[in-house]
Ligand binder design. Structure first.
Ligand code: ADP
Ligand code: MG
Length: 682
């Protein structure tokens, strides 16, 4: 950036210390900051045909005054001024509140231009602005900025206008010519000018297009540079696995792999073999068959002479995985062991020893895997399941138990593509987007809370068939304590309801992990038929005999979370059901319930979720990884995001990018972000 633009905003006409103080609270310090403080919307003063305006829309119209203004007062000092106005061939009403002085300015048979909100039912505009004559505004659009303190819209417009007049000439182009030409983008100076002083909607559109592309390109360059840097500075290992053996193992499975599984298996195997270190995210909906992909990868690694590790977030899940991997791999002479905190004493010592001397091929477990006492002889492949449950730090510690092992993160939360390439942009992504054949979809219903009795009768019917049910309790944001209280209340009610017939169990986050495991074991063994739980049950639990789920206050959950919860049922061969108890007030809430009843496809749901909630909220809690852009919107500008991503990939790989002068600005931007020193992105 040009040094002129790095000066403090106080050099701009009209900005003194006091104003600069307010700006500094808005993180605006330099001229550049101010010039890039863009409007969040535009006031649209274009004249409209009143017949095309929607109810409640804001509109500017021009018309001929048809009646003398009538002024009435009400309340204390409140007034209402009313006229009739001919707009084209339509006679409408216009009212002005608390602007009595307009009475003398509005003259019958003269033309005026007004701006206000259109009430289609009353055929009335509630006007906020009035100008005498036609075309009174010099501009069709005026920018609207978010403001602080004493700043006014007029004021900030003036400051920006002054800034542009004094320093606009110093704005330099940042994008290379090829891109400007290829996408017909405005140059930077014109784009910034058009953002602040547009003369038409088209102006704004073109300016936005240019700025969005630049934001995305810079962001993607950082991502891709980081990825390249990571690859080059952390060489992996070539795992020359035995192709015949791996093929034999795949053939031995009781089912053929789905096409999606085959594709992902090939991606994983190719990367095991290559000298690059794998840093891959595997997404696959609940039940799509990720475990077998993990098993194939781990087996391949063992045939190449390495050990493998599978880390999962809970003991129950660890046991389940250990059980299925053992039964799959035992015939191939592979030794799998389970390590959790409940494995103690002599047994633990033995496992650790056997691991250290290389007799254990694959270790499955919880956090126990990353403790100091755990040492591998030759760790080659690390897989974490439900990766978002582990912190970055835990993942790193596990990775460092080997020498640059390949790493695969598995997640059952389908992540919309836009987020996958932004939040996880430095990883490669594999997707299983196909379910094994013959899977029944879960019938989902939306019931009003008043229908609870009928819902419970429905649950009872399933229980009578010998099946089991989950009941998920309301989620009260930011208060685990209240969540727990809720679960206890529901548990008490249902214990009473089902007493002497079925046993209810209770599960929540305040239980110790031993208590949780013991409840889950009872449920797995069908000693408990109705499991009342908070959302802690979300992850990985597999009880195929549970065919029923009731979710209280379902409107409080995001789509992805509802989908995750629902994935606990539908795991056996019997038809499963999910009932959403909800009375959402908002349109969006109702939409969410409808979508849930209509689709079982996690990817469809995740895209919808992103649309309805926005990127910041997608992961539920505040997600630090979601980048913020000044102008760009990841959801609506996703095409530009994809384009920028492709361009960034090509640039980062090309030699000229690192040397040619036309890329200087982009390189500088990368340099400033610290990526080239290998620092993590914030
Ligand atoms: P998830 O992706 O949720 O971890 P799992 O790996 O637990 O899913 O698989 C769910 C179930 O589907 C398991 O019982 C598994 O044996 C079965 N399965 C996996 N792949 C296939 C396939 N290609 N055909 C039929 N069943 C499969
Ligand atoms: Mg799984």
């Amino acid at each position: 950036m040009n040094p002129h633009l790095k000066q403090s905003i106080t050099v701009i006409r009209g900005i003194g210390e006091e104003t600069a103080e307010i700006f500094s609270e808005m993180k605006i310090f330099t001229i550049e900051d101010l010039l890039e403080y863009f409007p969040y919307r535009y006031e649209d003063y274009r004249l409209r045909d009143i017949t095309e305006v929607q109810h409640d829309e804001k509109v500017t119209v021009e018309g001929k005054v048809h009646s003398e203004p009538s002024l009435s007062y009400f309340g204390r000092k409140k007034s209402k001024l009313m006229i009739r106005l001919f707009v084209g061939s339509h006679l409408i009403k216009v009212v002005f509140f608390n602007q009595p002085y307009l009475k003398n300015k509005i003259i019958i048979n003269e033309t005026i231009t007004i701006t206000g909100k259109w009430d289609a039912h009353r055929q009335t505009i509630t006007a906020t602005e009035m100008q005498q004559g036609t075309n009174a505004k010099s501009k069709d659009f005026e920018p609207v900025y978010s403001l602080r303190g004493k700043l006014t819209t007029k004021g900030i417009r003036k400051f920006i206008s002054n800034a542009f007049q004094q320093y606009g000439q110093f704005i330099e182009e940042t994008l290379p010519d090829v891109f400007l030409k290829k996408y017909r983008l405005l140059d930077k100076q014109r784009a910034i000018k058009a953002m602040h002083f547009p003369s038409s909607q088209e102006d704004v559109k073109q300016a936005r297009r240019r700025i969005v592309y630049e934001e995305f390109l810079l962001f993607q360059l950082k991502m891709q540079a980081l990825r390249k840097f990571e690859r080059e500075h952390s060489p992996g290992i070539c795992q020359n696995y035995n192709e015949l053996q791996v093929e034999g193992f795949i053939k031995s499975l009781p089912f053929p792999l789905t096409n999606a599984q085959t594709r992902v298996v090939n991606e994983v195997l190719a990367e095991l073999k290559s000298p690059l270190r794998m840093n891959r995210l595997l997404q696959g909906d609940v039940g799509s068959g990720k475990t077998v992909v993990a098993a194939i990868g781990l087996y391949a690694s063992v045939t190449a002479g390495f050990q493998g590790a599978l880390m999962v977030p809970t003991e129950i899940l660890a046991e389940q995985h250990a059980h299925s991997l053992k039964s799959m791999l035992a015939p191939f002479d592979i030794r799998c062991e389970l390590l959790t905190s409940s494995i103690k004493g002599k047994r633990r010592k033995e496992i650790l020893q056997e691991l250290a001397n290389g007799n254990v091929d694959i270790l499955i477990g919880t956090h126990a895997l990353i403790q100091d006492e755990v040492t591998f002889k030759k760790l080659g492949f690390v897989i974490t399941d439900e990766q978002h449950r582990f912190g970055v730090e835990q993942r790193r510690v596990l990775r460092e138990k080997g020498e640059n092992p390949d790493v695969l993160f598995m997640t059952a939360t389908p992540i919309p593509r836009t987020l996958a390439i932004t939040v996880f942009g430095e990883m490669d992504v594999s997707i299983i987007d196909e379910m094994p054949a013959g899977r029944k979809s879960i019938e989902t219903y939306w019931a009003k809370p008043e229908m609870l009795e009928r819902v419970l009768a429905f649950v009872e019917k399933e229980l009578q068939k010998g099946h089991q049910a989950y009941v998920i309790c309301p989620l009260i944001e930011e208060s685990e304590k209240l969540d727990v209280q809720n679960a206890i209340d529901v548990f008490t009610t249902l214990s009473h309801y089902f007493q002497n017939r079925y046993k209810a169990g209770l599960m929540h986050g305040r239980l110790s992990s031993e208590e949780k495991d013991s409840v889950m074991k009872e449920f797995s063994a069908n000693e408990v038929q109705v499991l009342v739980s908070t959302t802690v049950v979300e992850v990985g639990v597999n009880v195929p005999n549970a065919t029923m789920m009731v979710i209280y206050d379902a409107e409080r959950f995001g789509l992805s979370q509802l989908h995750q919860l629902r994935g606990r049922v539908g795991r056996g061969s019997d038809q499963s059901y999910c009932i959403l108890l909800a009375s959402p007030k908002s349109e969006v809430g109702q939409e969410r319930m409808r979508i849930m009843t209509e689709t079982n496809d996690g990817f469809v749901l995740s895209e919808k979720d992103l649309e309805l909630r926005g990127p910041g909220d997608f992961f539920g809690r505040k997600q630090s990884g979601v980048p913020e852009f000044k102008v760009a919107d990841m959801v609506h500008d996703y095409r530009a995001l994809e384009t920028a991503r492709n361009d960034a990939m090509i640039l980062i790989q090309s030699k000229t990018f690192w040397t040619a002068p036309e890329y200087l600005f982009l390189r500088e931007a990368l340099g400033e972000s610290g990526v080239l020193e290998g620092e993590k992105l914030d």
